[in-house]
Design a protein around this ligand. Structure first.
Ligand code: BTN
Length: 309
């Protein structure tokens, strides 16, 4: 047995060491060693003199796999601390479509446009593998699935999930390599890692396992419909269209009113110089009141900080 197999013998909450050791067919001393190793690897293990177990709302396979409704999420790799779930999935060469990497902590989580992604304990960080030709509007499809799974929030083009007051609740990073697409999702479930971000828990009771399994089955469904249906669904969660925006693009800043999203997923902005189509960029909405200035280089910032670039 190794520590990751021992993890499968743990339940949520404390159980006496003797009970867990018997289930794992180990001595209590050996069970203590494995439990300590799991804690050191970043898993949320409760370790007390009286017993051992997993912290509540655990993403351990024994709690997630029985709840999966579709094909996405299998095979499932649940890890403690990693650099980035995107890196782990990319290095997992033989992984099939639907493979999922979930981690409790990322030391080098990344966001769109080269920004870092910060996360706090208890939040959700995962990467899903697609091995199919990318459907059109993939970022929007993923955004709709996330908003529906959360059942809350507004989408900022192309796929950020925001709270009604404009703070970031979740982000999506889509990377591709040789026919593989890595869909990375980060959601602030219990804690906002920055003053300019928000956590879902501020607004509604939320459980990571519910959110994860709902997202996976919704995304599987949302990969099929035609673009027109996706655009319509996106608009139901839209927090961008009709608003004054500043969009930082690789070729400069576009300012005006966000009017529409076209069939290619580009944002159409009415500017003083006419209508411009933006394919890649970061939208900055007018900062909501009481939003503290964003910190330099934080991937989650929504205010007037460096993340706008
Ligand atoms: C963004 O808003 O810019 C996208 C953020 C994406 C963060 C997730 S967390 C899981 C996955 N691993 C990463 O390093 N990034 C994505």
């Amino acid at each position: 047995m190794d520590a990751e197999t021992f993890l499968l013998c743990l339940s949520e909450g404390l159980e006496p060491w003797e009970a867990v050791a018997a289930r794992a067919r180990l001595s209590v001393d050996r069970a203590r060693l494995f439990a300590r190793a799991l804690g050191e690897a970043g898993y949320p293990v409760l370790l007390e003199e009286s017993g051992v177990g997993l912290a509540p709302d655990s993403l351990a396979p024994q709690h997630v796999l029985p709840r999966l409704r579709g094909r996405f999420g299998r095979p499932y790799r649940y890890l403690g601390t990693v650099t980035s779930t995107q890196d782990v999935l990319r290095a997992w060469h033989e992984a099939p479509e639907g493979a999922l990497v979930v981690a409790e902590h990322q030391t080098r989580g990344r966001g769109r446009l080269g920004r870092p992604w910060l996360s706090s304990p208890g939040n959700l960080c995962f990467s899903l593998l697609l091995r199919r030709p990318q459907p059109p509007l993939l970022p929007l499809r993923v955004g709709v699935a996330l908003a529906q799974a959360a059942g809350f929030g507004l989408l900022k083009w192309p796929n950020d999930l925001l709270s009604p007051d404009g703070r970031k609740l979740g982000g999506i990073l889509i990377e591709c390599e040789g026919g593989r697409t890595f869909v990375g999702v980060g959601v602030n479930v219990v804690q906002a890692p920055l003053p300019t971000a928000a956590a879902l828990k501020e607004f509604r009771a939320v459980n990571r396992v519910d959110l994860l399994v709902a997202f996976l089955s919704l995304l599987e469904e949302w990969l099929a419909p035609p673009s027109s249906v996706v655009l319509q669904a996106w608009q139901e969660w839209d927090g961008t269209l009709g608003r004054e925006v500043r969009v930082h693009t690789p070729t400069g800043v576009v300012e005006g009113v966000a009017e529409a999203i076209n069939q290619e997923g580009a944002l159409l902005v009415r500017t003083n110089a006419g209508r411009k189509s933006v394919r890649v960029g970061e939208v900055v909405l007018p900062p909501p009141p009481n939003v503290v200035e964003a910190q330099e280089g934080q991937g989650q910032a929504q205010g007037r900080g460096a993340s706008e670039g």
